[in-house]
Design a protein around this ligand. Structure first.
Ligand SMILES: [Zn+2]
Length: 320
């Protein structure tokens, strides 16, 4: 039986895995994306990771029936053209077409958050559901939509950009140029910035001790340790972010009437309790009637495997 390959092109690394027809992972290979060396170099890394994952699984590339991959940015739904990836420098790059030609097999390229939700839908927290949304607060706040079991991508692949729904007009400035977007308040980046601004005033001792003023070191794990150590400033900052996540969720619930919202990403993994509890409470208070009562808010189950398995599932659907 032929195998399927799934890969996850992230901002700093590329992860690939070979899967059997029951979507069990047979091999896993990870490499640095080398984004600073340019798009051609990143493409070479993708090809190398695909070949290495096949070697590791003891198969030849010709034993694959299809390749499914994802990119961290806007992807054109039909052609898999990658419009734009902020960290990798891809601009209108025909990733799907190029891989399909170079490996001579069907390839599907998807936005990473979409692929992750599709993985959770088929193999994880949303198994058996038909109408689900994803929200993942990280560098930004990613979002994805499944209606009637299908991914909703919009006319140009931009559907589900929930990080930029405005929850606080005149709120903090967002990277997109607007004010009060959900990700300007509830992303890990927004949390890190606020926590560091407290560090400048000599507060948040654990953060001062470990991060020493470096924003990049204020990661989810450190935020969680400070929160769980009882630091009231960090607790107030996190709880505020979780409340606004709930405000965003109430708008989504009224727009899409989902069975569940799946919260994913490193920040949720590190601090599941406050994010799930507080955002759910606020969402139920603000959403309209039955919509808010019935919807479940669940933590993602598959971690990094969600995008790999979702990408592989989308690839398998090409050849079925
Ligand atoms: Zn924005």
């Amino acid at each position: 039986m032929k195998k399927i390959l799934g890969f996850d092109l992230g901002g700093t690394k590329v992860l690939a895995a070979v899967l059997d027809n029951d979507f069990n992972i047979l091999s896993r290979v990870k490499m640095k994306a080398n984004a600073d060396l340019g798009v051609k170099s990143v493409y070479k890394v993708i090809c190398a990771v695909i070949k290495d994952a096949c070697d590791e699984a003891g198969i030849d590339v010709s034993d694959l029936s299809a390749i499914g991959g994802c990119a961290p940015g806007l992807v054109e739904p039909k052609t898999g053209l990658v419009y734009d990836t902020p960290n990798l420098g891809f601009k209108n790059f025909p990733l799907q077409e190029k891989l399909s030609q170079d490996f001579n097999i069907p390839v599907h390229i998807e936005n990473d958050v979409n692929a992750g939700l599709y993985g959770e839908l088929h193999f994880g927290a949303a198994r058996g559901m038909e109408n689900v949304l994803a929200l993942s607060p990280g560098t930004g706040v990613g979002g994805a939509i499944v209606i009637d079991g299908k991914l909703i991508r919009g006319s140009r692949g931009g559907a589900g950009e929930f990080g930029h729904i405005i929850v606080q007009p005149d709120g903090p400035l967002c990277g997109c140029g607007q004010r009060g977007c959900l990700e300007a308040i509830s992303s890990r980046t927004a949390l890190s910035q606020q926590i560091l601004s407290f560090a400048v005033r000599g507060r948040v001792p654990l953060v001062i001790d470990e991060a020493k003023g470096n924003l990049k070191k204020v990661k989810s794990g450190l935020i969680a340790r400070a929160y769980n150590s009882g630091d009231e400033d960090v607790q107030a900052i996190v709880d505020y972010a979780a409340r606004y996540l709930g405000v965003g969720m109430s708008n989504l619930v009224n727009s899409f009437n989902p069975e569940a919202i799946i919260l994913g990403g490193g920040l949720i993994e590190a601090l599941p309790e406050p994010f799930l509890k507080i955002s759910t409470k606020v969402m139920r208070e603000k959403a309209m009637g039955v919509n808010g009562e019935k919807v479940k808010v669940l933590a993602a189950e598959l971690g990094d495997d969600a995008v790999i398995k979702g990408s592989a599932q989308l690839a398998a659907e090409l050849v079925r």
